[in-house]
Design a protein around this ligand. Sequence first.
Ligand SMILES: [Zn+2]
Length: 573
Amino acid sequence: MYASPRAAEKDVAVLKKLAAGFSKKYEGKVEKLSGDALGMAVGEYEKISTLSQRIGAYAFLYFCTDMLNEKTSAFYQNISERLNEIFSGLLFFTLAINKIGDAELAKKFKSSAKLEKYRPWIRDLRVSKPHQLSDDLEKFDLEKSTTASAGWVRLFDETHAALKYDFRGEALSNAEIFDKLSHADRSVRKDAAASVSKVLGENIRVFTLVTNILAKDKATEDKWRKYKKPISSRNLSNLVEDEVVESLLASVKKSYSRLSHRYYKIKGELLGLVPMEFYDRNAPLPSADDEYIPYEKAVDITLKAYHDFSPRIAEIGKKFFDNNWIDVPPKTGKESGAFSHPASVDAHPYILLNYLGKTRDVMTLAHELGHGVHQYLARDQGTLLSDTPLTLAETASVFGEQLVFRYMLEQEKNAKKKKLMIAGKIEDMLNTVVRQVAFCELERGVHEARKNSELSSEEIGKIWMQAQKESLGPAFTFRDDYKYYWSYIPHFIHSPFYVYAYAFGDCLVNSLYAVYLDGMPDFEAKYINMLKSGGSLRHKELLKPFGLDASKPDFWQKGLNIIDNFISQIENL
Ligand SMILES: [Zn+2]
């Protein structure tokens, strides 16, 4: 995107000029523009947004690979502040669009194809209309956010990135120590868990403070913006109805006993650990191959599996490897976990991994590549329409995982190994569906309780333990030091209530995958079309070509039944 931070800085000056010109041209005049003129204005706004995303993405990605370097983090902070300031000056535009009356707007759409093109963007913009504050307050809120909520998020990130976990005399990073929690040797898991508990426990005051402040910050904002429940603003930005989400959460909770409780009982027996401790949750199954999978092989598997489904999708996936769009190995100061960043529509997505050579890491690669392909295909929608809501953002990633899993399962001829692979898949699905819903329960508990008063780390720990016990079931005992583990999960801090999107996406894809297995004609073309439509369609419209509907009560059960069937399969093997 840029050769150096200096080049990005130069573009900030260009952006500033463009934004100033835009304001001069349109401020105070938006409501009176004709349909065509408004269409043109949105087009100009989109160009400015594209440049801003390009600069912002560069600064963010630069920071993510070198978080402990003060120069890098200062650069990132500096760029964020300047972009924020520039966009604060453009806020009048979206606010003014929201002030246009419905009838007036309908007339404008009718009169102009230019404007019609942006209909989905304007439609989504206007969902926040009832929650919008006065122009001045919106501006104030945006400008304050870098030193308010975003500042606390940064404290959380930098604290975590700097943490060192002692493991038998060796100082490990976050990614390395958590990897040890899925080690075959129980004593390794136990020692790693003790080290995690110790380090999180020593820092729990900071994490408790950050959590409390952000929850209060959100409650204040929710109050001003008149959101009913803490989860409501997320549902709105996910463009999904409160009832659909409630139905998902209730369906999953109702399925705890037939899914997670039932599976972990089998796992405990397979491991000979009855009961299990929390650090046995991710223990590898007996005689499961702990074989190291070189990255080249992971790439080969992923591309072949993608190719069997769709040569076109594999071809796009291959670009990521051929052009070096992926940052692969773990290192100190690098963001933990994995993600695919869409960057900007005139560049290309970037993937960040912390590849360690486990089967899980191959699945993560398949997952992030799905995101990457989705983001790549959606670019043609342009900056304003390419972004999918969170609930649909996980579609291609989870589908990609399914493809790679089925491919690896077919390659495996040994029945016992097949059984273990299915068990592994069940675990992944439980982690995506049940665990994320349990995370969501923690968030609901914390945000509800925070309304009344500041929470102690003990109180948050209690809510966490409760949600974990309910979801994991009687196969586990829970040692007291597990109470700190909520504090390492970045989603709670970065984007409250993000987590249910994983469950949403997984269940949705399970249903979609079932349609594919049933041999629906033109599935591939329909699927690619779905990815290409980016954020222009809602879930109802998107699923319609596949004969699916998330607002129907049996929809979620259909997805959950796939996990249930897998469990029955291993019970019978
Ligand atoms: Zn994802």
